[in-house]
Write a protein of this length. Structure first.
Length: 411
């Protein structure tokens, strides 16, 4: 087939679309919906992947967290609740005996607390008691001021390092350093502000306040289970540190050989599993809607193409009479069907772009981009053309097989 024939087929196809504009738009409905779903699904999954990456960076790729609870869920809640608490003595013993890790730091977390600043109250805050070494972990990075020192920890200083969310609500002008807040009625001086760290999967971390562990025990007692943050030092050492941590914790908590651990080792892998489940759900719903939309679109376009073949039977007969080959007729109608789907994809791109921009601006969702990624547009274009070929191939064969004499007689 000559290149000129291909260009002529494309021109005839688009001329036919323009001549029957309303019919073409109705036929494109299913394709437009299908392509829109594909594009928005890919856009949402890309945002989910970014949120996962942010969450992993937040937790630290070389961090493990020993806890009474499994953060990812999946275990029996009653069984986990029956576990013995992780005590400060056990956390200190693990820190002393652990040789492969860079750091092991106890964390005492109090959820849902209310703090006050002057006449303002802020509820739903997590108060985390820890040691000065926590500043060496990703979660302890300050953007203003400093983290508390070992001396402040040792002498139970009333020093506080607040999260970005707390700072933005109570101190919108950015003047948090040096101010005094009250935790359970006790004054604490703000010495630092943690950088913004919240993600879709961990949005509560910005509503957190760090105080010395000794101060936390003085305020809330030592009856709750602690967590232990273990910093491996590098991702390559993570397996070694995990194995030593499990072995030492089993020894410290007197877990007999063959018995299941009565504690959990939490890390970024837990959020990878959560993300994989969420991704699978999005894919399942999206693919189901897409297949239904494409099926409706294919049936609609196929019917339109059959009508087009019937309406242009005499034209096909004339073309064959003056020497047009069957392949040329076949290509003409396949190109027309593909062009119909491609036009539907262009409309879908416009709808998708408007939707993504409107959603991100109206809801201020940080992990989603205000535009459709270019690679998704390319994929959607190729899919639309493929669907058009599938929808048009049977009507095209019917047109190509018409007898020129019978076609010329058609009225």
């Amino acid at each position: 087939m000559k290149f000129s024939e291909l260009i002529e087929s494309i021109r005839i196809g688009f001329d036919s679309l323009r001549a029957n504009l309303m019919r073409s738009l109705l036929a494109m409905g299913g394709i437009m919906i299908g392509i829109t779903v594909v594009v928005l699904m890919g856009w949402a999954l890309q945002g989910l992947d970014k949120s996962l990456e942010d969450t992993i960076n937040l937790l630290g790729t070389d961090m493990l967290y020993v806890d009474k609870w499994n953060w990812a869920g999946g275990n029996n809640w009653e069984t986990e609740r029956a576990r013995k608490n992780i005590t400060l003595q056990q956390a200190n013993e693990l820190a002393e005996r652990l040789t492969s890790a860079e750091l092991a730091i106890p964390l005492s977390q109090q959820w849902g607390k209310t703090i006050t600043y002057g006449d303002e109250k802020l509820a739903g805050i997590m108060i985390t008691g820890t040691r000065s070494e926590y500043s060496l972990t990703p979660a302890g990075t300050v953007t203003e001021g400093r983290f508390f020192s070992a001396v402040e920890d040792r002498y139970s200083a009333n020093s506080a390092v607040i999260g970005y969310g707390v700072s933005s609500v109570l101190f919108p002008k950015g003047d948090a350093i040096g101010q005094t807040i009250k935790i359970t009625g006790h004054p604490f001086k703000i010495i630092g502000v943690i950088e913004k760290r919240g993600t879709m999967l961990l949005d509560f971390v910005d509503n957190q306040i760090f105080i010395p562990l000794s101060s936390s025990i003085g305020l809330f007692g030592n009856g709750k289970s602690l967590s232990i943050a273990v910093k491996a030092g590098s991702e390559a050492r993570l397996d070694e540190v995990r194995m030593e941590t499990i072995g030492l914790m089993r020894s410290i908590r007197n877990v007999a050989p063959g018995q299941k651990e009565d504690f959990s080792i939490n890390e970024s892998e837990a959020f990878k599993e959560q993300s994989a489940t969420l991704r699978l759900s999005v894919w399942g719903v999206g693919i189901g809607l897409t297949l239904i939309s494409f099926l409706v679109g294919i049936i609609g376009i196929m019917n339109i193409m059959f009508v087009s073949v019937t309406e242009r039977t005499k034209e096909i007969g004339i073309r064959k009479a003056i020497g047009a080959r069957r392949s040329s007729i076949l290509l003409q109608f396949i190109v027309e069907s593909a062009a119909l789907c491609f036009a539907g994809a262009i409309v879908a791109f416009v709808i998708s772009s408007f939707f993504t921009f409107a959603v991100t601006k109206a809801m201020d969702i940080k992990f989603l981009t205000p535009y459709v990624p270019p690679q998704l547009l390319l994929i959607a274009t190729l899919v639309s053309i493929f669907v058009g070929i599938i929808a048009g191939i049977i009507p095209a064969f019917r047109a190509a097989k018409l007898d020129p004499v019978e076609a010329l007689r058609y009225e």
